[in-house]
Write a protein that binds this ligand. Structure first.
Ligand code: FAD
Ligand code: MLT
Ligand code: ZN
Length: 468
């Protein structure tokens, strides 16, 4: 970085919040999966909206591109400085304002970690409607920027449905702030809606006003085993129709569960060893066990249901579902394809997948069945950039490149009426595939919006609308 720019950044945030030593910036330069490694020219850690605005103004004046980073748990490489950008890390914007229990809303800093927001809302007798496995690390700013989904979308929707207002710094350093949280407020363009899902390309989110939801203390968590995906999908329709308090409806398949459980798989209860498994959670103010039992007894199950008794057993069932990402990661970075498929097409799509994955590669599929969202992981193809020794080289057909594998899986998604990204975003991982589901006219509109809000094209230049 230009020494003059560095000096100005130090003057804003203080010497110890500008990192340039490669040993210190290394952790900010690689993604969670180890697939994407860049090199931050500097890492800057502001503590307020005013500091973020001052940083962006300096970067804009010097035409120095920057990458916005929260918890760095994103799964499409969007927070990685691939071209030596300055990383602006939002972790110090971690202020939680008191919960407004009358409106059931709260205003929080972009750097607040999800688990802390959950605890904050819980203590006020409420809850936050989005939850996901990276809850201890991911931040509210990153979740808004990616429009994160997770395990409760079937009940509460994605981040977009929780965001009532946003404060953000645009690409020229100007601050837009609209945090009143009024449920009715038709006064022009919905900037909060535009910034949600913009993946750091339009503005740096610094604060947000969020909707909270009722806190349900009575839960039933159960694993249901089915003969195949078609039977699980059929049952999921029944569960959705009959259970008003359905909180989560997650799909796991035998290869994924076997990978998570390892040698314990052989002795696991029958429900967990069925070919297709649903993890179902119902949450209510009054005990929903009887309502759940009467719905489940009508299902055509392949094994006796496994119902968690107490919070410890519940946590164990969720650990199997949430353990998929790490278990897959232990095989080396996967080609991770987070996709949406119409629910009616899911069984046909899953059945067709093995034919488009090359011999020699592994395939692990799981996801949020209630939302038609599958996580397709092709393993054994990529070597870890974080760990050069990461696994043996794959033995694949000569024409099987990463791009061709991604293209073949995503072509199948589109052929089934789906979307190439459900909840993780485009990031840098899917930029080259964006035209598969967005028209030239739509992408031209994206670019016009990008140029309007980030006139010097300094915000996350490799992400989403790269090459604008
Ligand atoms: P980062 O990874 O730091 O950044 C993600 C993107 O947002 C980048 O493009 C970055 O530039 C941008 N960004 C970050 N902060 C800001 C900001 N303040 N302003 C503007 N742009 C910003 N995702 C789901 O949707 N559902 C899941 O169920 C889910 N489960 C996961 C489980 C595990 C184990 C892991 C590792 C990840 C999971 N994810 C899931 C992905 C990830 O947690 C989410 O995408 C999350 O929203 C990223 O938040 P973050 O703070 O880590 O963002
Ligand atoms: C999940 O649902 O567990 C996540 O989105 C993470 C993943 O896709 O691995
Ligand atoms: Zn997910």
């Amino acid at each position: 970085v230009d020494p003059d720019v560095l000096a100005k950044l130090r003057a804003i945030v203080g010497e110890r919040h500008v990192l340039v030593d490669p040993d210190l910036t290394a952790g900010y330069s690689v993604d969670w999966t180890g697939r994407f490694r860049g090199s931050a020219s500097a890492v800057v850690r502001p503590a307020s909206t005013a500091e973020v605005a001052a940083i962006v103004r300096i970067c804009a004046a010097g035409r120095s591109p920057l990458v916005v980073q929260g918890g760095n748990t994103g799964l499409v490489g969007g927070s990685v400085p691939m071209a030596g950008e300055i990383v602006v890390h939002l972790g110090r914007l971690d202020h939680l304002e008191p919960v407004d229990t009358v409106a059931a809303q709260v205003t929080v800093g972009a750097g607040v970690r999800l688990a802390l927001l959950h605890e904050h809302a819980r203590l006020a007798g409420l809850a936050f409607g989005v939850d996901l496995g990276a809850r201890d690390s991911c931040t509210i700013g990153g979740m808004i920027a990616t429009n994160a989904g997770g395990i409760n979308v079937v009940r509460h929707g994605m981040m977009r449905q929780q965001v009532m207002g946003i404060e953000a710094v645009l690409g020229d350093g100007s601050v837009v702030s609209h945090l009143s949280g009024l449920p009715k407020d038709n006064t022009g363009y919905d900037l909060a809606g535009l910034l949600t899902g913009s993946e750091g390309t339009l503005g740096v989110i610094t604060r947000a006003r969020l909707r909270l939801v009722p806190r349900y203390d009575e839960r039933v968590t159960a694993v249901l085993g089915f003969a195949d995906v078609k039977a699980a999908v059929g049952a999921s329709g029944h569960l959705r129709r009959r259970l008003a308090d359905l909180d989560a409806l997650e799909l796991m398949l035998a290869p994924g569960i076997a990978l998570v459980l390892g040698t314990d798989y052989a002795s696991a209860p029958d429900a967990l060893r069925a070919p297709a498994v649903l993890l179902v959670e119902v949450a209510a103010h009054l005990d929903p066990t009887d309502a759940f039992a009467s719905v489940v007894e009508r299902l055509d199950l392949a094994a006796v249901p496994l119902v968690a008794i107490g919070s410890e057993q519940r946590a164990r069932l969720w650990a199997i579902r949430e353990g998929h990402t790490e278990a897959i990661g232990r095989l080396g970075p996967p080609i991770k394809l987070d996709v949406s498929v119409p629910i009616a097409e899911i069984a046909r799509f899953v059945a067709a997948l093995p034919a488009v994955v090359p011999d020699g590669a592994g395939l692990v599929v799981f996801g949020h069945l209630g939302d038609g969202n599958l996580h397709v992981n092709v393993t054994g193809v990529l070597r870890s950039v974080a760990n050069e020794g990461g696994g043996p080289p794959p033995v694949l057909p000569p024409d099987a490149t990463v791009e061709s594998i991604e293209h073949d899986v995503l072509t199948l998604v589109v052929a089934h009426g789906g979307s190439i990204s459900a909840e993780h975003g485009i990031g840098i991982a899917k930029v080259r595939h964006l035209t598969m589901c967005r028209s030239a006219e739509e992408i031209a509109a994206f670019r016009a919006i990008k140029r309007a809000l980030d006139p010097h094209l300094i915000l996350n230049p490799s992400v989403l609308v790269a090459g604008t």
